[in-house]
Ligand binder design. Structure first.
Ligand code: TRP
Ligand code: SF4
Length: 420
């Protein structure tokens, strides 16, 4: 069972792809310039419409990356993955938007406003410490009136049947969940408002549990637009909920044919789409492009299951004290054998090892080095004790560096645009 508020049971990523209607990411990997390690290692396993993002990167068109963090607990390595993905896209030319989901933390998790502020600033400093550059918009939801106003507008486009179908809401579900869902849709769509440069492709890197929000947002995006576009063989079929606007489409200078209820526009798909979008913006509409998204695997908790802020023994925080971090790592589940002798003979099973996952997702940048660890494990050359010791060294190095960079970030923050 997977919803944004609950992830339970064993996760089959293949089933998630099928059930949610996602696309397999591995098919795209070879067309991405300098893919991130999470892409190379198939940690990012699925996407929606990521082709558009690749095209924007390659053709150097304007695009954005946006994701959010709920300040309800400690920041752990699961959050770091999303931060790294935002930063990577920013390096690839995206305008970055980072939401601190204080409204969600307050409404759904009952965290006080003072606490959401305090925790939220830790997220902000962490993402800056990890390398987010200045050309970014960082905001607290509760302080961003573009987002709140847009959520308000979006609410008229959705009814409870749809909320129930997407999120599994029942008669007992708190209305706050509907509210935070609309706020999140607004988070995702607001980079396309004219105040932020207008319609553009936007990629939202998230964990797979967030996909319901993306489905809702994609529906809302097309529903709230004045024009809906459908590809036909020689051009684009345009419909509008305000039929009188179709006259304006006919004036754009393309060859057109008017039918009752729609107009067909002939010519190059991209050119037509672009012209119609700018017409819509001139007419006061949004002309949203449905957001693209990528999905990463859940970080396994140290003791098995999903890493979760609500279970301290399951995660290592980016601010963990060295002795606590070491203790947690030492108790982590491995793919080792019952005895040293057996392991020398049969080798370990890195595929079932939380420590190996830590190397792969978080600690080791270089593919060759990761491969060497894997081989030494599988051949039985390296035993778990030695392996954990090495992981410990890398982890402590990272934590120390992160603390230092967070301290530096503190003085850098004034150069950043922070709405909060
Ligand atoms: N709901 C997300 C979480 O629980 C946080 C979030 C808020 C978010 N706004 C967002 C994620 C926009 C992606 C895009 O982690
Ligand atoms: Fe995991 Fe390392 Fe043990 Fe292999 S040797 S099972 S990678 S801890």
């Amino acid at each position: 069972m997977i919803t944004p508020w609950e992830v339970e049971g064993v996760i089959s990523y293949q089933r998630l792809i099928e059930d949610f209607g996602l696309s397999d990411f591995s098919e795209l990997r070879n067309s991405i310039p300098n893919p991130h390690k999470l892409m190379r290692r198939n940690v990012i396993f699925a996407h929606r419409d990521y082709e558009r993002i690749i095209e924007a990167m390659k053709k150097k068109k304007a695009f954005a990356v946006m994701s959010g963090f709920m300040p309800s607990g400690e920041i752990h390595f699961g959050h770091k993955m999303t931060m790294d993905e935002i930063i990577w896209h920013q390096k690839m030319g995206a305008k970055a938007f980072v939401a601190i989901a204080d409204m969600e933390a307050h409404l759904v998790r009952g965290i006080s406003w003072d606490k959401t502020k305090e925790l939220g600033m830790k997220y902000v400093k962490s993402i800056v410490a990890l390398g987010l550059e200045k050309n970014a918009v960082i905001y607290f939801q509760s302080k961003n009136s573009f987002v709140k106003d847009l959520a308000h507008e979006l609410s008229s486009e959705v009814n409870f049947n749809e909320m129930r179908a997407i999120y599994g809401f029942t008669g007992d579900t708190s209305v706050s969940k509907a509210i935070v869902s609309l706020i999140q849709s607004a988070d995702i769509l607001h980079p396309q408002l004219k105040e932020f440069g207008g319609p553009k492709v936007v990629v939202v890197p998230v964990g797979a549990d967030q996909d319901p929000h993306l489905r809702l947002t994609r529906d809302l995006a097309s529903r709230i637009n004045l024009f809906s576009l459908e590809k036909i063989e020689k051009g684009i079929r345009v419909r509008s909920k305000r039929e009188e606007l179709l006259k304006e489409v006919a004036k754009l200078g393309f060859e057109t044919k008017k039918f009752s209820g729609h107009v067909d526009v002939f010519g190059n798909h991209e050119e037509i789409e672009e012209e119609i979008r700018s017409l819509e913006v001139d007419l006061g509409g949004y002309a949203f492009i449905p957001p693209s998204s990528t999905y990463h695997r859940f970080t396994t908790g140290l003791t098995g299951g999903k890493m979760s802020s609500s279970k301290p023994e399951s995660y290592i925080s980016l601010f963990e004290k060295p002795e606590v971090a070491v203790k947690k790592l030492r108790s982590a589940f491995t793919g080792g054998r019952a005895t040293a002798e057996e392991q020398r003979k049969l080798g370990g099973v890195p595929e079932n090892c939380v420590v190996f996952e830590f190397y792969s997702f978080h600690l080791v940048e270089d593919d060759g080095e990761l491969e060497r660890i894997k081989e030494d494990c599988k051949s039985g050359k390296m035993l778990c004790g030695e392996c954990k010791k090495f992981a410990e060294t890398l982890l402590l190095e990272f934590l120390k560096e992160h603390r230092e960079k967070v301290d530096e970030a503190e003085s850098k923050l004034e150069d950043y645009e922070i709405i909060g």
